[in-house]
Write a protein that binds this ligand. Structure first.
Ligand code: ADP
Ligand code: MG
Length: 282
């Protein structure tokens, strides 16, 4: 493929929809690269001129702040409890994206008053207007919380590796979303492939099973090849696109981001993302 410049990709990205797009990153299996992908794609989308906020919705292992090298003083729990406003917990980063840090044990906040719920919803909906894209980093598994974040999103990116266990788990998430009649777009990102060819074969395998057994279309987000620079960057608490801006993985991530930004948003959705999540949440 001929090399494409950031400027060219930005022009292509501008052709995308103006409505805020919510993209959930899910996987089934843990450790397949969701958090790295969420952080790096967010930065690539920001480089393409999009206003992006990253929401750390992995309430078991909230670690987006580690990969982004930020020290979050406040997180979603401070906002939900009413000690901080949303703009105080929504942290800008040097990478050009804003981050809402998560926290562990969010289940314990059930039973919040209607007044507080209304305040949360109003603030979140005001926030959404300030961004073109919200990227939600979810936890592993097919728990109610993960599925609810996916169900509320316009687009769910399923991340798998070529390992059979990761493939089966990604397929299980797709099945769960299909059973719940998910109306958004679902696409597959094959990470840590030994080659682009291997990654494409994994995609073909899963998408043909999805068509054959569930009658659903699984789109192709792309392939990322296993690259030691991802973990070298994490050790420095930097996403790979910032630490190695010219490497092949960064180029692949930029291409994926440009493609994602061109996917239109379903403007027919009756409720906003946060309304769906908050209604479920409390
Ligand atoms: N393309 C890749 N090549 C090599 N290592 C990767 C790649 N993507 C992710 N990793 C590594 O995999 C591990 C898990 O990544 P992480 O993003 O935390 O996964 P998850 O959020 O799905 O649990 C990390 O150590 C990360 O450095
Ligand atoms: Mg993670």
């Amino acid at each position: 493929m001929p090399a494409t410049s950031v400027e060219e990709l930005a022009v292509l990205a501008a052709a995308g929809s103006q409505k805020t797009k919510v993209i959930a990153i899910a996987s089934g299996k843990g450790g397949v690269g969701k958090t790295n992908i969420a952080a790096n794609l967010a930065i690539c989308l920001a480089a393409l001129g999009k206003r992006v906020v990253l929401l750390d919705a992995d309430f078991g292992l909230a670690n987006l702040d580690i990969i982004l090298g930020i020290n979050s003083k406040y997180n979603l729990s401070h906002f939900i409890k009413g000690c901080r406003n949303l703009d105080e917990i929504c942290q800008p980063t040097a990478a050009g994206v804003d981050v809402i840090c998560g926290f562990c044990g969010i289940e314990s906040l059930a039973g919040i008053s209607d007044f507080a719920k209304e305040r949360i919803l109003k603030s979140l909906e005001t926030l959404i207007d300030n961004y073109d894209v919200i990227i939600v980093d979810t936890s592993a598994g097919i728990g109610r919380m993960v599925l609810s974040f996916c169900m509320a999103s316009d687009h769910t990116i399923l991340v798998t590796t070529p390992e059979p266990t990761a493939i089966t788990d990604a397929y299980t998430v797709l099945k769960a979303l299909t059973i719940k009649r998910y109306e958004g777009r679902v696409s597959l990102l094959v990470n840590m492939a030994s080659s682009v060819t291997e990654g494409r074969n994994v995609y073909r395998q899963i998408s043909s099973a999805a068509t054959q057994f569930m009658g659903v279309e699984l789109h192709h987000t792309g392939v990322l090849v296993r690259d030691e620079r991802v973990s070298l960057a994490v050790k420095k608490r930097l996403p790979i696109v910032l630490e190695y801006p010219k490497c092949s993985t960064t180029r692949a991530l930029m291409t994926i981001a440009a493609r994602l930004s061109r996917v239109p948003v379903n403007s027919q959705a009756e409720q906003s993302f946060f309304k769906k999540v908050v209604n479920w949440f409390f």
